[in-house]
Design a protein around this ligand. Structure first.
Ligand SMILES: [Zn+2]
Length: 716
């Protein structure tokens, strides 16, 4: 049977049936010409069919030889349950060829065949739509077998693509193949129900030349000779756990590997693989990944359903890393590390490698064991993973996790200023442009939630969440219900404050608030959008944490009150002695900036000049960052800002200096957030150069001030 190549027809937004489809249709069903065209154009799959198992046989040719150059071909048998009777099967398929006449639809137990009267294709939404000659009955199981294939290229959009490495010693080029399906690229490799909540198990059998090895999520259980192709074999992989289809991964390659494993009675075996000339450089990742996995197993008290995890280091990978269950793929430039003498802190490249390895290991639970119900919950999987990534780094290097968190907060605040605001629940999943900031804001917002409900309540709730939704998918609301349940058990929040109402203001809205504090007989608080844009009406439920000069309690991060989102003004009845400062947002756990009246700024400035260590380092960082931002947006005067910032010549901690550097380079000089952060990181390694930079910065500030026609006053 000839193969109809679906991708030759340009994408259009209306029903389109390729000519070869019609020819097949006529051959298959003489009555087909009379059949009304079946078409489906809803953005989500119909809910009538629920897949639960894929049986995949795929042969990959990694030779550029005539007549069959680089290509793959195979068959998938998808088993599904019929939730609601229907005579139409809709699934995702695009960019490859299908042998339509060989497509089989049959009842699972009786093997009774159903004829397919009509094939249709929605090119815009990547749907393959089949109309059967009778109804698939509710409550029954069916299976669908489709044969497919296509040539391979190095275009990564295709999901399953060709890659190559050049050996640095022999300069020989080696070809290999690799997948990257997140978020929606499996549909460009094979027919599938390409939605994350439609979890299934997968039996993967990969055909390849015997000089290559086969990698997939699970280990190889058998290698069988190919009956028709000389020197080709079939590598049979174990059945995967129940998982979303975008986590399926496979690769045919001849990479070389370093072996390692976790400890304990049921160790997880690791292979960390790269091109042979880079083998030596895989040692670091091979050693560190099991360390993080063990740490998370212990912390989360939940073992993974995996006996092995392979880590592939590949060149030109489309993203930093991908957390496929059991087969993690990294950009080689990130995780391949040369030997270096051990010091108290890792070098920058090593810290970056540690972060990405730790992040991917945390994904084995968050994203993989519990997956997202839909892509709008992407922020949740990345936020929880980012949150545990920080804990993993802090576990190895105390204070480095704190630094990373401070960096995430500062980076996303900077990006909000540039972009006008990030809504973490509605990111464009196809675009990488804003992904980093979504990760950083999501992590910061979850850190704030932890501060709100308390560390123990937060972690207990996450344990329950893991047990409740393991092997299933969860929505943001289900996650918030788990946290609420934890709060109810521990009495962690006041009765009026439910976690969903509070968190929705941070998850569903863009931007962040500036909290204004004025001291009268009581404290008068107001909030406005950071951008000063009058048309912006967003308000937030702000967790209010504070301490005073007399208390100096910077360890209690639990809110003493909430600023309700439905109020424009909030009175806080707190007595603050006249000569005491008050500082809001203890340890800067809240995702907001704070502005004070002139008197309170003066008191803070005095305290910083007298003994800056009397104020928590994270609050010093917030004060520095806020002062620069507030001056830049004309909310405070030049003299107020300078008064606060002048203490910095004595500062020697990373976070406040980072806040200074990024506040000046990004806020005033317009340097991009990434470059600002790089300058801050570079300066943190530069020792005495910091002092010189600070002097230079102050010169610039004075220079800027002299060019400002009239400095804004406090009341502006
Ligand atoms: Zn991630």
């Amino acid at each position: 049977m000839s193969i109809c190549r679906l991708s030759v027809v340009p994408r259009i937004g209306k029903p389109n049936v390729a000519i070869c489809f019609l020819m097949l249709l006529l051959a298959l069903t003489p009555a087909a010409v009379a059949v009304k065209t079946t078409y489906y154009d809803s953005p989500r799959l119909p809910t009538a069919l629920v897949p639960f198992h894929y049986e995949l046989h795929l042969l990959t040719r990694l030779e550029n030889t005539h007549p069959i150059p680089f290509s793959f071909e195979g068959a998938v048998n998808i088993s599904f349950f019929v939730h609601k009777s229907t005579d139409v099967v809709v699934l995702h398929a695009n960019e490859f060829s299908i042998k339509l006449a060989k497509t089989q639809l049959q009842e699972w137990y009786t093997l009774q065949r159903l004829a397919i009267l009509e094939f249709n294709f929605n090119r815009k939404l990547d749907y393959l739509i089949m109309k059967a000659d009778s109804y698939l009955k509710q409550g029954k199981y069916y299976s669908l077998t489709i044969e497919f294939g296509r040539p391979m290229s190095e275009n990564k959009r295709g999901g399953y693509f060709l890659a190559h490495s050049t050996d640095s010693l022999s300069h020989q080029k080696s070809w290999y193949s690799l997948t990257h399906f997140e978020p929606q690229s499996m549909r460009y490799t094979m027919p599938c129900f390409d939605e994350p909540a439609l979890k299934a198990t997968f039996n993967v059998t990969l055909g390849h030349h015997k000089r290559f090895q086969s990698f997939s999520n699970m280990k190889v259980t058998a290698v069988l000779a190919h009956k028709a192709l000389k020197d080709y074999v079939w590598s049979v992989h174990e059945t995967t756990p129940l998982m979303p289809n975008y986590l399926l991964a496979f690769s045919i390659n001849n990479l070389t590997c370093t072996f390692s494993q976790t400890g304990g009675p049921s160790p997880v075996l690791f292979r960390t693989c790269a091109k042979s000339s880079d083998l030596r450089l895989t040692t670091f990742a091979a050693q560190m990944a099991p360390v993080f996995l063990e740490y998370f197993e212990e912390l989360l008290q939940m073992e993974l359903p995996l006996s092995k995890i392979d880590q592939l280091a590949v060149e030109n990978y489309p993203t930093d890393a991908m957390e496929n269950w059991g087969l993690v793929v990294y950009s080689s430039d990130l995780i391949l590390q040369t030997d270096e003498p051990g010091g108290p802190e890792p070098s920058r490249p090593r810290l970056q490698a540690l972060q990405v390895i730790c992040h991917e290991m945390a994904h084995m639970w968050f994203g993989n064991l519990i997956s997202v119900a839909w892509w709008s919950d992407f922020w949740l999987k990345e936020g929880l993973t980012g949150y545990f990534e920080v804990l993993g780094i802090e576990h190895l290097y105390p204070r480095l996790g704190r630094r990373i968190l401070a960096k995430y907060r500062v980076m996303s605040l900077m990006h909000e200023t540039e972009s006008g605001g990030i809504v973490i629940s509605s990111m464009d999943i196809q675009s990488n442009a804003s992904k980093t900031y979504v990760y950083q804001k999501a992590t910061s917002v979850l850190h704030m939630a932890e501060g709100m409900v308390g560390h123990t309540t937060f972690h207990n709730a996450i344990h329950r969440y893991l047990y409740q939704y393991a092997f299933a998918s969860s929505t943001t609301n289900q996650f918030l219900s788990s946290i609420q349940e934890g709060c109810d058990r521990a009495n962690s929040l006041p009765e009026f404050a439910d976690i969903k109402t509070i968190m929705d203001t941070w998850i569903l809205q863009s931007g962040y608030p500036v909290l204004n504090v004025r001291r009268n007989a009581s404290l008068v608080l107001t909030q406005n959008h950071f951008s000063f844009n009058e048309s912006r009406r967003e308000r937030w439920w702000i967790p209010l944490t504070y301490t005073t000069q007399s208390e100096q309690n910077f360890s209690d991060t639990r809110p003493k009150a909430f600023f309700p989102a439905n109020s424009l003004m909030f009175n806080l009845n707190v007595f603050v002695p006249e000569n005491d400062w008050i500082i809001f947002n203890v340890q800067a756990m809240g995702y907001y900036r704070v502005n004070y009246d002139e008197r309170n700024w003066d008191l803070i400035a005095e305290a910083l000049s007298r003994d800056h260590q009397s104020i928590h380092v994270l609050n010093r960082a917030q004060i520095v960052g806020d002062a620069l931002f507030l001056w830049n947006t004309k909310r405070i005067s030049w003299s107020t800002a300078l008064n606060v910032l002048k203490y910095l010549v004595d500062e020697d901690e990373f976070e406040p200096l980072m806040a200074l550097v990024v506040g000046v380079t990004n806020g005033f000089w317009g340097v991009s957030p990434e470059s600002s952060m790089n300058i801050a990181k570079w300066l943190s390694n530069a020792g005495k150069w910091y002092a010189e930079f600070i002097n230079y910065t102050f010169d610039q500030l004075v220079f800027v001030e002299n060019n400002v026609e009239s400095a804004p006053s406090e009341e502006d």
